[in-house]
Design a protein around this ligand. Structure first.
Ligand code: GAR
Length: 206
């Protein structure tokens, strides 16, 4: 894979957008040669939209309740992303499962951050799942999105210890600190053309 001159990102969000903020900050400080071409939210009141607007990034409110079918919603999302010439789709707290329509439109070019060490604890409430299971370590995973739920090839992971008195909130806060480091790092690798996918295995060039 060759380096992108200025990789165009489409960031999908549903909530607070702290990961979006970390990506914006890394781009603005010159750490990643990328441009956020658009931020798309399925929630009109997502604070992530305010963060994007504060940095002059085009935003699109794209509510799923206006679509009867998940496939139609994703078709429309692909159109928005194409219109903005997006090369890498970044799911930064986008709380919807993608259909094949989206996944097949951007093969190995959709990245997701998940708040657990996959393949453990996929799906919702990953931090609580980890606490309930009693693991001593959890963390976060950046992976490409494939046709399953949180099953795609793993790009980067970061580990955090789980303490005896951790709650869902305290564990989430520790994990988010790592998310804000590894997500921009993975995007940087992609923008520099340093990621190769071979089946399930991701090779990162030095
Ligand atoms: C992040 O912690 C991310 O790992 C999680 O949503 C949060 C979004 O926070 N994503 C998932 O659980 C996806 N299955 P943010 O809006 O502050 O970036």
């Amino acid at each position: 894979m060759t380096a992108k001159v200025n990789c165009r990102l489409g960031v999908l969000v549903s909530g607070s957008g702290t990961n979006l903020q970390a990506i914006i900050d890394h781009i603005e400080s010159g750490g990643i040669a990328a441009t956020i071409a658009c931020v798309i939210s399925n929630k009109p009141d997502a604070y992530a939209l305010t963060r994007a607007a504060n940095h002059g990034i085009p935003v699109v409110i794209h509510e799923n309740r206006n679509f009867s079918d998940r496939n139609e919603y994703d078709k429309a999302t692909v159109e928005i992303l194409r219109k903005h010439d997006v090369e890498l789709v970044v799911l930064a707290g986008f709380m919807r499962i993608l259909t094949d329509t989206m996944v097949n439109a951007f093969p190995n070019a959709i990245m997701n951050i998940h708040p657990a060490l996959l393949p453990s604890f996929p799906g919702l409430h990953a931090q609580q799942q980890a606490l309930d299971y009693g693991v001593r370590y959890s963390g976060c995973t950046v992976h490409f999105v494939d046709n399953g739920t949180d099953t795609g090839p793993i790009i980067l992971q970061s580990v955090v210890p789980v303490e005896q008195d951790d709650t869902e909130e305290s564990l989430s806060a520790k994990i988010q600190k790592e998310e804000h480091r590894v997500f921009p790092a993975a995007i940087k690798l992609f923008a520099e053309g340093k990621i190769q996918v071979n089946g399930r295995r991701v090779r990162i060039s030095p």
